[in-house]
Design a protein around this ligand. Sequence first.
Ligand code: PAF
Length: 292
Amino acid sequence: MLLISDEKTLSREIDSLRKSGKLINFIPTMGNLHLGHSSLFKKSDNTDEIRVVSIFVNPLQFNDDKDFNNYPRTIESDKKKLLAEGVDVLFLPDAQIIKVVKFALRLGHIGRKLCGIDRSGHFEGVAKIILKFLDLIKPDFITLGEKDYQQLLVIKKIIKDLKIKTKVKSCPTVRDKDGIALSSRNKLLGKKIFLARYIPTVLKQITLEINEGSFELQRLNYFRDYLEKSGIDRVHYLEILNENNLFSISKLPCMSRVFIAISIEGVRLIDNMRIESKLACSSNGILNVSPK
Ligand code: PAF
């Protein structure tokens, strides 16, 4: 595994690896690697690709210094895991990398919804670092997880808007035995991790009720209350939205997801679950599964 921290060396090495004719797959991370990341590193069948992983805790996407300082950093064990996965290149930029990232981005509605409401500047920070990486690496693919679904949509949008050639691959969320989505932040919860179990429970219950027939959007208030009474400090949002554009479900049937963000003792957790049938919404706020 090549370990690179200098931008020029990275571009040069990638250029020479590309000459082998193999495709370049880029997997950006902030480290503290877990099994959710491993699913992103797995080679797709029949592809002999070069896998480039970055580890960088990006200050531009944190709007709270405490959150940035507390973000778990486990670089030595991360390196061992990447070696075991057979990753080809590990890019470990230093803090200077963000100095040159100075441009304004328009993320539109996708950037303003859900986490965009109370994490001002977060997605702009993600988009800026990803654009910087894409410019340096020029990968054929970028691989991202569906747990950060809004981030996935933001990155797809900037790639499309800026006509970048990189294709986006996405991987389903990996969950532990209790259904909790794997996340580096789970570690920060300590014994309070049991409260995180309410998230998959609620998401599954909502998708189940929807699939059983009609679902009143007002019922989401019941689930918000239920979560807050269970000991979760705050439900930032619990919403069912069109999975392509994060607009509310309208009369036109669309594929959708339930999205949630909560905080437990100041640790913010997000998750989402796909609803496996097309949904339409009537004027009185009732969601219906549309006939296939
Ligand atoms: O999902 C993450 O870990 C980060 O937001 C990313 C994509 C590596 C950008 O810093």
